[in-house]
Design a protein around this ligand. Structure first.
Ligand code: ADP
Ligand code: TRP
Length: 343
């Protein structure tokens, strides 16, 4: 039977993304996610939603103090890097508990087989992460994050595309089970940023101990750059920039003419690793310098940061409440007795 609940408010294009506070944010996160998030706040004024996915991080972070510290760390990083709370709604996932209720409602229209096919669960278990029910149902919570504010575009990296497919499946299952169009089908907004390599040449990731934090100190940068794996090309021989980690990192930070200088210097055998590493150190320390002062200020004004998160949660919760009220009514939960309803 068609749902009689009128879903009146068709959402505007709305962008949403989440980032886990499960480590210190690194330059892979910046170029692969954060930079685009901040750019989208101008493209979708008032319709960009970003949250710190602390419920998700409970699947991997068992130390309460660490979770709390990293959550604030993510907030400080985003705000220092230019997230503007006047333009984007920025909140902590756990301040919008409606998302867990929606997770349950969605779980009941989702076949377990859909989650059996999720690769990230298998990857994480293989990495040694505890195979909890939470880790298994992680994509359900992610679907609820997206659907609770009925977002239509989700900017994520390649590694998250399967989660978006799962979300669309779940939204479709709910809509067809209850013959409603409550949930829009969210599109993946794949950024075209290349995968940022870590100092060992693999993908930069907090799981591989190969990261450079966005707000690394001068001496951390020095130590990290020193450890970057290079080939054993003798000084004076050409170096292939395309396979060189120093170059891959340099081109994220350097101005086009600087990048060209390194490329041609490498190819001509005129620049070796000593020089290229010192060029990299310099651009890396300079690049985030402009944001560092702001981060220090914010660190000393945590009341402001808390205010931002509280206000963001208020806005997100208002949206979430509307969705959850509709969802409850559609599925028949807490439906107030209507005259004649019991006959
Ligand atoms: P990590 O790999 O360190 O655990 P996450 O999986 O928490 O990082 O990633 C958060 C966001 O940052 C995702 O959108 C992901 O696509 C992006 N990201 C992470 N590492 C990289 C990288 N090395 N290059 C590009 N994007 C990345
Ligand atoms: N799973 C995402 C990651 O690890 C984080 C995330 C949680 C997210 N909920 C989301 C991303 C909703 C986009 C939309 O990177």
């Amino acid at each position: 039977m068609a749902s009689e609940i009128a879903v009146t408010s068709k959402p505007e294009p709305r962008v949403l993304s989440g980032i886990q506070p499960s480590g210190v944010l690194h330059i892979g996160n910046y170029f692969g996610a954060i930079k685009q998030h901040i750019e989208h706040q101008d493209r979708f004024p008032g319709e960009a939603f970003y949250f710190i996915a602390d419920y998700h991080s409970l699947t991997t972070v068992g130390d309460p103090q660490l979770l709390a510290d990293q959550t604030i760390g993510v907030a400080l990083d985003y705000l220092a890097l230019g997230l503007d709370p006047e333009k984007a709604t920025f909140y902590r996932q756990s301040d919008v508990p409606e998302v867990t209720e929606l997770t349950w409602i969605l779980s009941c229209v989702t076949g377990k087989g859909l989650l059996d096919r999720a690769v990230s669960y298998k990857d994480k278990v293989q990495q040694g992460i505890n195979a909890s029910v939470g880790l298994f149902t992680y994509p359900m919570l992610m679907a609820a994050d997206i659907l609770i504010v009925r977002s239509t575009m989700v900017p994520v990296g390649q590694d998250q595309t399967q989660h978006l497919e799962i979300t669309r499946d779940i939204a479709g299952s709910f809509n067809s089970a209850y013959d409603t169009d409550l949930f829009p089908m969210p599109d993946t907004l794949l950024n075209d940023a290349a995968i940022v390599p870590g100092i060992d040449g693999q993908k930069m990731s907090k799981s591989y101990d190969n990261t450079v934090p966005i707000f690394a100190t001068e001496s951390e940068i020095k130590a990290k750059v020193k450890r970057i794996k290079t080939s054993s090309t003798p000084l004076g021989d050409p170096i292939d920039p395309e396979t060189d980690v120093v170059f891959q990192l340099f081109r994220l930070f350097g101005e086009p003419d600087e990048v060209e200088e390194l490329r041609s210097g490498y190819l001509a055998g005129e620049i070796g690793y000593g020089k290229s590493k010192s060029m990299l150190r310099e651009v890396m320390s300079g690049y985030f310098e402009q944001y560092r002062e702001r981060r220090n200020e914010l660190e000393n004004d945590t009341d402001y940061v808390e205010d931002v998160l509280r206000n963001g949660a208020q806005r997100a919760r208002a949206e979430a409440r509307t969705t959850i009220d509709l969802a409850r009514e559609i599925v028949g939960l807490s439906v107030r007795t209507r005259v004649g309803a019991t006959r």
